[in-house]
Design a protein around this ligand. Structure first.
Ligand SMILES: Nc1ncnc2c1ncn2[C@@H]1O[C@H](COP(=O)(O)OP(=O)(O)OP(=O)(O)O)[C@@H](O)[C@H]1O
Ligand SMILES: [Mg+2]
Length: 146
């Protein structure tokens, strides 16, 4: 997908980040993998919450830090996979728990926090979104081609 038209989005609240993600969820096809870049507290999980809502999920999305992968069954078929790889050392250990199955599920969506850990095995069509904290409640969300 060509995300160049999306350029950057300036968010001024949790709600604005969630709404941006919610809209995006309605635009991208199944099979989409989104790498969410950004420091601790940037807003990656907030983004995931909005994205989930855009897919019609009303389950509360929280930080999966202690579970690595949280799966949410979509209303019709497929899943939203929300991953937090902060505690994963590298792609070898991620492959050890079968991450490739989640990355290559054409029926589902995958959101990845701390994608740098597995940069070498991300599918080539992965969308890269970087969230940068620019103030207490302001964030810049930017798509990048890698
Ligand atoms: N515009 C904004 N967009 C998103 N989050 C915001 C915004 N303004 C303030 N925040 C706050 O920033 C924090 C973002 O937390 P979040 O858990 O989403 O970060 P994260 O990037 O997932 O961090 P981690 O790497 O620790 O998982 C929340 O406390 C949220 O309320
Ligand atoms: Mg998080």
């Amino acid at each position: 997908m060509d995300t160049s038209i999306l350029k950057t989005f300036e968010s001024d609240s949790d709600a604005a980040t969630e709404q941006f993600a919610e809209k995006l969820a309605g635009m991208v096809p199944r099979g989409t993998v989104i790498a969410l870049h950004g420091n601790l507290g940037a807003g990656k999980t907030v983004f995931a919450r909005g994205f989930a809502r855009g897919l019609g999920l009303d389950e509360q999305v929280s930080s999966p830090t202690y579970t690595i992968i949280q799966e949410y069954k979509l209303p019709d078929c497929g899943y939203l996979y929300h991953m937090d790889l902060y505690r994963i050392a590298d792609s070898a250990s991620a492959l050890g728990f079968g991450i490739d199955e989640f990355l290559n599920d054409r029926n589902s969506y995958a959101l990845i926090e701390w994608p740098e850990r597995i940069e070498d095995i991300l599918p080539p069509e992965t969308l890269h979104l970087t969230i940068t904290r620019t103030g207490e409640e302001s964030r810049t969300l930017k798509f990048e081609n890698r």
